[in-house]
Design a protein around this ligand. Sequence first.
Ligand code: APR
Ligand code: PHB
Length: 389
Amino acid sequence: MRTQVAIIGGGPSGLLLSQLLHQKGIDTVVLEKKTKDYVLGRIRAGILETGFVDLMREAGVSDRMDKECFVHDGAVISFGDTEFSINFKDLTGSHVVVYGQTEVTRDLYDAREALDGKIVFNTDNVTIHGADTDTPFVTYTTDGTEHRIDCDYIAGCDGFHGVSRQTIPLTVRREYEKLYPFGWLGVLSETPPVHEELIYACSDRGFALCSMRNENLSRYYIQCSLSDSPEDWTDAAFWTELKRRIPAKYAERLVTGPSIEKSIAPLRSFVTEPMRWGRLFLCGDAAHIVPPTGAKGLNTAASDIHYLYNGLVQFYEEADREGIDRYSEKALARIWKAERFSWSTTNLLHRFPYQNEFDLKMQRADIDFLRDNREAQSVFAQNYVGLPY
Ligand code: APR
Ligand code: PHB
């Protein structure tokens, strides 16, 4: 088989790139290790920057999102019983959109299928060949049969555990990582959200987050120990602990119910450099991971896709390599700022096992400064709604 861009990974990054390139008549093939249902079964976050929303619009995949999403002009930060709201609209003129990553991925699959996009599921042994030559190709097997795709370029959108990053020699690749000494226990419940805005809560007992998917689907998280497993937490124990970490007025009106999904995610900051090696480009989780505190996971994947999509269009339409030659530099410049924001909000709102009295006072002073200082709130808001591409 021959295509222009072989895309490894059928998650939001790979699908969005495939859909955008299709709009420009650029041919792609997406290779996905799992089934479509498996990919759609993964519960992930749901806060979209306006840059991501604009990309979905450009891809022609925004109808359902526009109908069903929530537009949020602000978020609440609480510290024990004190709370304040950061008004993104007032501080930046912009907002964020609440629309689950699962729904984003579902809409992208529907759009690819509607345009007969080439997606191969259940691919095994995906291997990248000759990425550092002018004749790259990818091989894979399905049902024991070997297949080969010759291509011009390869987009590695195969997530943190994918094959693409591993293809870049260690002599070229430099990795930066920070692991956090706690995880997030997340629960999805068919209950009405406790508040119309997200609540980021820091308490003596640790972090908590109140988020949502729609009028009757809520998403809650509490900071938990990395040695915990979801089975260690009954629903009752989860709700009790959540109530202890959010201001009393919200705890009193919190509607609880059975969890329809419960999982623990470790927190990690990770970046690999460079994000390009010859004809291979890394995008999204294949190149970087952020702790979810800043809601930057999907949004950093989107900015990668923005830079790569525009670079490839510039190449195919104008034979101009400037965009693809500067892809890694441009993508990383924005990634590191999102990493910094995600790392600083994680430090601001979580309890660390080794914090001493002085550290706690510093954390408190940080929160008080954010509460009382408009410039500090503006910096937070600019990062939360998304820095320009
Ligand atoms: N071959 C083919 N597909 C693969 C391989 C492989 N060797 N390895 C992984 N995949 C597939 C996975 O099954 C998954 O569907 O690649 C896809 C990668 O998707 P994601 O992990 O969702 O990564 P990405 O598309 O970059 O989306 C980033 O996902 O994890 C969240 O917070 C993150 O929101 C961010 C978003
Ligand atoms: C979510 O809705 O799942 C969510 C929202 C904000 C975050 C992280 C996760 O910072």
